[in-house]
Write a protein that binds this ligand. Structure first.
Ligand code: BG6
Length: 493
């Protein structure tokens, strides 16, 4: 595919996301010769740096990330693409000078604006861009990439969308959910739709329940202000985990084009049974970490982190039970949980199958009749495992669990960061891995009643020690034999 070059304008270029994700991703794309010839990167930052000072910053960002793979010559080539644009994104002068810069012949006429800034600034940045005619498509395309969170709740997301659609049409908007750029997340679709033997089993007749866990051992780093107003439900569940859920449960799309794929995801979100406010306690659980030990190191309590008010009841752990009311999934509980400062970093989708209809080994030595599981390890371990029960060798009739492993990466094949894929898709104009507004809207509809209930229950929050698996929230489970799956290795319960 012949991709046209563009001017990538990065708002918030000196911020954390740019440092740890965007700059390393652009560097990797350049090293792999995937950035079209002539592509330029305009980094907008408030700091009074000159071009050289900025490049030194980029050098630090790249070195910190790529470590021993760093290549001085390739970095020199990469650095030629940059232009540091100093300015205050809330002031019109910044846009006037940006407009001037972009008319210079060395900058390609297609322009992608990446808003890696506080959502509170989205509206005014769009306004100021528009005032300088920077969305005008007379000479090339204009695309805008918006980082999550897209709004704070349903109302604010709709208000933001109204603002955006005032300046741009939907084809120009790329709402990022970086989970969709992860190799293993894309593999969920391949696993489901390229292996015909799974399809007859992928429904309420054979599946007991589904679990999606995103556990993090890290805390909130320096993001206290943002995190304390967001909490785990907004930060992870409303976005990334609901996206994972749609991929695991959606119907096969008519094709892999962006609209067909997103149509099917929206259908899932629309079929999720609403949680009325009076049922919030039965369907959700929240907690906050206290001090503890993670990977052998002592870590502070959430309330002792920087920029966190000492009486905060923001949740750093959230779990949720949902039902999808359609023919395929009616009655199958979906359990989802996420938390910071948990025992280990691990994201997994676990699919638990029903027991065989008859326990015909009842009068034998068989005691450990585990259910079959399919485990999709998203990160850090990427794997697809199908757990089967087999007979133990020997004279007795005993069983054990063995897993069939479908490793999708060979040892010499490196993982590609999600942002590399996504930044390239913007250049290609491929929106299949970006969110359409109705996806965002329906995701907010699901979590809004929970957030509203939690917002008025601010007196108390359950705690869990940092380094544990979170608070005891077994009451979410529909059956006594359901439990949170913690390991990707066979477990005997
Ligand atoms: C971000 C959240 O969207 O995703 C963070 O704001 C979270 O709080 C991160 O840590 C997780 O992403 P990843 O790719 O590290 O799993």
């Amino acid at each position: 595919m012949n991709i046209e070059p563009c001017s990538y304008v990065i708002f918030g270029a000196t911020g954390n996301l740019s440092r740890v994700k965007l700059m390393p991703a652009l560097y990797h794309l350049d090293v792999a010769n995937r950035l079209p010839e002539g592509t330029r990167i305009i980094a907008i930052g408030r700091r009074p740096w000159n071009q050289l000072q900025w490049l030194n910053e980029v050098l630090d960002m790249i070195k910190a990330k790529v470590k021993e793979d760093f290549d001085e010559i390739l970095f020199q080539r990469f650095s030629q693409r940059f232009h540091y644009h100093q300015g205050d994104i809330n002031q019109p002068e910044c846009y006037l000078s940006l407009a001037n810069t972009l008319t210079q012949p060395e900058f390609p006429k297609n322009i992608a604006y990446y808003l890696s800034i506080s959502p509170a600034d989205f509206g005014s940045v769009m306004n100021l861009l528009s005032e300088q005619h920077l969305f005008n498509e007379d000479e090339g395309w204009r695309r805008i990439i918006i980082e999550k969170p897209f709004g704070y709740d349903l109302d604010s997301a709709q208000a933001l969308q109204t603002k955006i659609s005032h300046y741009l049409n939907e084809e120009q908007v790329y709402r990022i959910d970086h989970y969709l750029g992860k190799g293993m997340v894309q593999n969920v679709l391949v696993f489901r739709f390229a292996n015909v033997m799974l399809e007859p089993l992928w429904n309420r007749n054979y599946i007991d329940h589904i679990q999606i866990t995103h556990a993090e051992s890290i805390g909130i780093d320096s993001r206290g202000d943002y995190y304390n107003s967001a909490g785990a439900m907004r930060d992870m569940l409303q976005s990334h985990l609901l996206q994972l859920l749609t991929l695991v449960t959606m119907e096969p799309p008519v094709s892999m084009d962006a609209e067909s794929l997103r149509d099917e995801k929206v259908k899932v979100l629309k079929s999720i049974r609403p949680i009325p406010k009076e049922a919030v306690h039965a369907h959700t659980f929240r907690g906050q970490y206290t001090k503890g030990h993670v990977n052998g190191a002592k870590v502070p309590a959430y309330l002792d982190e920087a920029n966190i008010p000492s009486n905060s009841t923001t949740e750093t752990y959230a779990s949720l039970k949902l039902y999808i009311d359609n023919w395929r999934w009616r009655g199958v509980p979906i359990y989802m949980r996420t938390g910071k400062r948990l025992a280990k970093a691990q994201s997994t989708i676990s699919i638990c199958f029903r027991h065989p209809p008859l326990q015909f080994f009842r009068d034998t030595e068989v005691h450990c009749m585990n259910q079959n599981w399919i485990l999709l390890g998203i990160q850090p371990e990427e794997c697809i495992r199908i757990e089967m029960t087999v007979k133990e060798p020997g004279l007795e009739m005993n069983t054990r669990t063995r897993s069939l492993d479908a490793n999708f990466r060979n040892q010499d094949e490196k993982a590609i960061d999600a942002y590399e894929d996504l930044l390239l898709d913007v250049l290609k104009g491929d929106r299949s891995l970006f969110l359409r507004f109705d996806e965002v809207e329906h995701a907010w509809r699901i979590v809004d009643p929970i957030l509203q209930t939690w917002a008025i229950e601010r007196d108390y929050i359950t705690t869990y020690p940092a380094g544990s698996w979170g608070p005891e929230d077994n009451r979410l489970f529909d059956k006594d034999n359901q439990y949170w799956r913690e390991s990707l290795l066979p477990e005997c319960k």
